[in-house]
Design a protein around this ligand. Structure first.
Ligand SMILES: Cc1cc2nc3c(=O)[nH]c(=O)nc-3n(C[C@H](O)[C@H](O)[C@H](O)COP(=O)(O)O)c2cc1C
Length: 194
């Protein structure tokens, strides 16, 4: 069992990372391997709808020679994808959105007249997010978008952990949020623990 955590926060010591840390510690305690990719450190060009990726159904096949091929390979090698992101304007941050666009074409070979496979079919996906509004009003649209994205991509959506940030004057992380993060890891992976 291996997780691939796609981290969309620009802040290395920010709220989303603080929420992610107990999750990762829980995985480590139970020998669940993980890759953590900080998307703001990567070169991720936006999709330009050239559809070159639709020609060969066996490979990612994008015309860009940026860091997405390497991310693609990491995702193909994992069982569970974790989207960790702060909410920006009711959705994920720009590099994650750019990556999701690149993957929704590069992974799914069924655009236009194509009837090819989803190269990542059957993998599982979960969200860890932080937002300024209550999660029901801050993270709901992102969750809904990701659910449809998963359905379209033949991925199994596992659920979302969302916690509220009350602003720069207050400390985000506390014991309760840390516990939620541990529980979320347990919910996702406990069936694989001995
Ligand atoms: C540009 C920007 C846009 C934001 N948009 C939203 C939003 O639409 N809804 C929301 O609930 N919070 C929004 N927030 C608040 C962040 O989601 C929240 O502060 C988050 O915890 C920041 O996480 P980080 O420390 O990992 O960057 C926004 C913050 C920024 C900087």
């Amino acid at each position: 069992m291996k997780a691939c955590i796609l981290m969309g926060s620009p802040r290395k010591k920010g709220n989303t990372n603080a929420l992610l840390e107990p999750f990762i510690e829980e995985l480590a305690q139970h020998q669940v391997e993980h890759d953590l990719i900080w998307l703001y450190d990567k070169r991720i060009e936006p999709c330009i709808a050239c559809r070159v990726c639709q020609k060969d159904w066996k490979i990612f096949g994008c015309r860009y020679n940026d860091d997405v091929q390497e991310i693609f390979d990491t995702i193909i090698a994992c069982d569970v994808i974790v989207l960790a992101t702060p909410i920006y304007s009711w959705y994920c941050t720009p590099p994650m959105k750019a990556l999701l666009d690149r993957l929704v074409y590069g992974m799914n070979k069924y655009y236009g007249d194509n009837q090819g496979p989803a190269l990542w079919a059957g993998k599982q996906l979960a969200i860890i997010t932080t937002c300024g509004y209550r999660p029901e009003k801050g993270a709901d649209l992102f969750a809904e978008g990701v659910k449809r994205y998963c359905k379209h991509s033949q991925l199994q959506y596992l659920g979302m952990l969302a916690e509220r940030d009350l602003g720069y004057q207050s400390i985000f992380m506390d014991a309760e949020k840390a516990q939620h993060s541990c529980f979320f890891a347990q919910e996702l992976f406990k069936h694989t623990w001995r």
